[in-house]
Design a binder for this molecule. Structure first.
Ligand code: AMP
Ligand code: ZN
Length: 485
């Protein structure tokens, strides 16, 4: 189904429940109203490409991929601009390159390629824009200069630091106030800082580290400034939605707001947050077997390994099976359940394979869930209801009902980004070629026996299929099969 061909719906009028999103800044669910419905902008903090991503890192791109799919459906495929950056300047990248004795670009190219390939296996559509820090150094320098000119940053010993005391709203996103922060300070105290919470916009590079010229000396940008500068340069301020994992609320996103607002000389104004990003969304954390992932525990699961071991859609389904703001525990039970759920949905599609699939809208219960701050568990329940409708329709021979339910199921699945594989290939996916050939031969013999009304031969063949653990489903276009699971 061509996503681009679909006409944009007008959100406020004909949708049962227009999109509501939980906004971290306002701490409530709000009706989503883009600044300009013909240009909806979204930015999500992307990977630092120094190693393979772990499964927790995969949660934001998958969650926000669902949001982008929903926005494209609502506003039109070409009306949404989604940027996800690539952090290709970082101390960890430098350390890895030094350890391997290779140029930094070799490390970043290798892990970015792996990231994109693994995202592809998760059905994560590529973002419209993937700005790399190394391509935006002049924009970053410009933004730092604007912040300095606004009186919100100062240069000291080759560094440029943001002066947190210059921005009274500092702490609004994370709900921290500067006095508390100072009292409980656990930040790097450096002699050149006026205030321990002042953070780096620019810093000198050591020998052998990547370095660019700037008015404050050769060096490289701090982490936070890359996002605010690339957002301004690629999308323009303010953007509609800014997303990332909950750990980024402080300090990364707090600092982004301070930079983005102060670069425009609004440090002392009231309610200036909206000049940077209008809605802030953060996904909850993923744990593994109820523990935080950590190298010291040895429970860090790499996405790259998981998508070799199982279909990417199983990983995607598992990541979407909890509401995005909730914690999600990754364990074998979750994976088994996810595989079973997809098998059931693919089973319904497979059984009804011969029935045409009309291009229709998802049902109201699905939209109600997904438009309620991306309630993916509720949306998934709607998929199961549709697969049951398909099964009932097939049993009753009501092919009109089957076609309607199929169309709806496919429409829902394209928003969740699942059921994108060929159902037969999915269901037979883990079957060896030898078994597949044997089953196909038996099915041909069975069809011939039935045509010849040789019922005892047909029964004998059925028993052999049973012995192979194969379930045969007779449908309008012939028999299909899968291995019992
Ligand atoms: P990083 O490469 O550490 O900057 O992380 C990339 C993205 O993954 C950020 O949006 C993080 O918030 C997110 N993230 C990191 N760890 C987890 C986790 N365990 N669960 C969910 N999201 C995570
Ligand atoms: Zn960022």
């Amino acid at each position: 189904m061509g996503r681009g061909a679909r006409l944009a719906r007008k959100p406020a009028e004909d949708s049962p429940m227009p999109l509501h999103l939980h906004d971290t800044l306002r701490r409530e669910k709000r009706l989503f109203e883009p600044r300009d419905p013909s240009r909806v902008t979204l930015y999500v903090c992307g990977p630092t490409v120094y190693d393979y991503a772990h499964i927790g890192n995969a949660r934001p791109p998958v969650v926000f991929d669902v949001l982008v799919r929903l926005l494209r459906r609502t506003y039109g495929a070409d009306k949404v601009i989604y940027a996800r950056n690539v952090t290709d300047v970082d101390d960890k990248i430098n350390a890895k390159a030094a350890k391997e004795g290779v140029p930094i670009g070799e490390v970043t190219a290798r892990y970015e390629a792996a990231y994109l390939a693994d995202m592809g296996l998760l059905n994560v559509s590529p973002p419209d824009l993937a700005p790399h820090v190394t391509d935006y150094i002049p924009a970053i320098v410009d933004q730092i200069q604007a912040i300095v000119d606004a009186g919100c940053a100062y240069a000291a010993e080759g560094h440029v630091l943001f002066d947190v005391s210059s921005y009274p709203a500092y702490g609004a996103l994370s709900g921290r106030n500067l006095d508390d922060m100072i009292a409980g300070a656990r930040v790097e105290v450096a002699p050149y800082k006026k205030n321990p919470h002042d953070f780096v916009l620019w810093k000198p590079s050591k020998d052998g580290e990547p370095s660019w010229p700037s008015p404050w000396g050769d060096g490289r940008p701090g982490w936070h400034i890359e996002c605010s500068a690339m957002i301004e340069r690629t999308l323009g301020l303010p953007i509609d939605i800014h997303g990332g994992g909950i750990d980024l609320v402080f300090p990364h996103h707090e600092n982004e707001i301070a930079q983005g607002v102060c670069a425009h000389g609004h440090a002392h104004g009231e309610a200036t947050h909206d000049e940077y990003a209008r809605y802030w969304m953060h996904n909850g954390f993923l744990t593994v077997d109820a523990e935080k992932m950590s190298k010291s525990i040895g429970n860090v699961l790499l996405l790259h390994d998981l998508v070799q071991a199982m279909p990417g859609e199983v990983v995607r389904w598992a990541l979407l099976s909890a509401h995005y703001r909730q914690p999600l525990d990754w364990n074998q039970g979750l994976l088994d359940q996810s595989k079973k759920s997809l098998d059931r949905l693919y089973g319904a599609l497979h059984r009804s394979a011969g029935v045409e699939t009309p291009d229709i809208d998802p049902p109201a219960d699905f939209l109600k869930s997904i438009e309620d701050d991306l309630n993916t568990p509720g949306a998934m329940a709607a998929l199961f209801a549709l697969s049951s409708e398909i099964e009932r329709g097939m049993t009753a021979g009501d092919l009109d009902a089957v076609a309607q339910a199929r169309g709806r199921l496919v429409a829902c699945a394209s928003i969740l980004g699942v059921l994108q594989a060929d159902p037969a290939a999915w269901l037979e996916g883990e079957v060896s070629d030898v078994l597949r050939a044997e089953v196909e031969t038996l099915l041909e013999q069975r069809a011939a026996a039935r045509a010849a009304k040789d019922w005892s031969e047909a029964d004998r063949i059925r028993d052999r299929l049973n012995a192979l653990d194969v379930i045969v489903m007779d449908g309008p276009t012939g028999a299909t099969w899968r291995v019992k699971g």
